[in-house]
Ligand binder design. Sequence first.
Ligand code: NAP
Length: 247
Amino acid sequence: MNTQKPLALVTGASRGIGAGIAEKLGASGFHVLINYVSNEAKAIEVVKKIEAAGGTAEPLRFDVSKEEEIVSAFEIIAKKGSPLAVLVNNAGISEDGLILRLKKESLDRTLQTNLVSAVLCSREAAKLMMKARAGSIIQISSVVGEMGNAGQVSYAAAKAGMIGLTKSLAKELASRQIRVNAVTPGYIETDMTGALNEAQKKAITDNIPLGTLGQTTDIAELVGFLAGPSSKYITGQVIGVNGGLYI
Ligand SMILES: NC(=O)c1ccc[n+]([C@@H]2O[C@H](COP(=O)([O-])OP(=O)(O)OC[C@H]3O[C@@H](n4cnc5c(N)ncnc54)[C@H](OP(=O)(O)O)[C@@H]3O)[C@@H](O)[C@H]2O)c1
């Protein structure tokens, strides 16, 4: 699909936080590329929601844990005729467990899907954005990358890595007017946190000063701001949306 609108790619946009971000960017005038890996029906649902609200979007399947799929996807994006204005590295998985039981394959999968993917997508996006001398790259990290969490060593390492990526890349790309920021969500109601039982949810909310889990719209509003010109003087920042869980 060709479009005159600036493009925004959101990885992992078929569900949860990514879907919320995609809807916000669709309503903000971007043509949104809805990345997913297996859930095509859900990705199409997100496209339809954006269209029903007057925006435009299309699904774009690729596995962010595979470099060759990322490169092919960005070749498609480069041919779209509109500039890639926004990349949101949101796709992620969490495989929890204590370190003594940690399997190397699980560690590799977690780092590859959450962190290596964000580095490689940022590299491919930077190639396109540098030509345009404009762009906003937003990493969806996690409060767990800032404060740590027992049982989430691989996930925390990946999410903390995204913070280092953000700061270094912001310095590298600022001269080309490309901004790079990280958002660190606290506990947000999605399929990822849906796996928690009621006792676990209560233990978590008891520690959140604002007293509830967050909603996907809480993250989407901030990403919408970071994607647009109102945040033009903000780069290299790590911004928490966590109900006060980590201050
Ligand atoms: N929920 C929270 O409380 C929370 C807190 C802090 C940070 N985060 C971070 O926020 C991001 C989104 O979390 P969420 O809760 O919205 O997750 P979610 O509901 O589990 O959705 C995950 C999304 O990532 C996609 N995905 C997974 N592996 C992929 C791959 N290899 N290639 C492409 N897409 C892939 C999924 O696509 P399919 O539908 O095709 O499977 C789906 O769209 C993650 O990076 C997560 O770590 C979440």
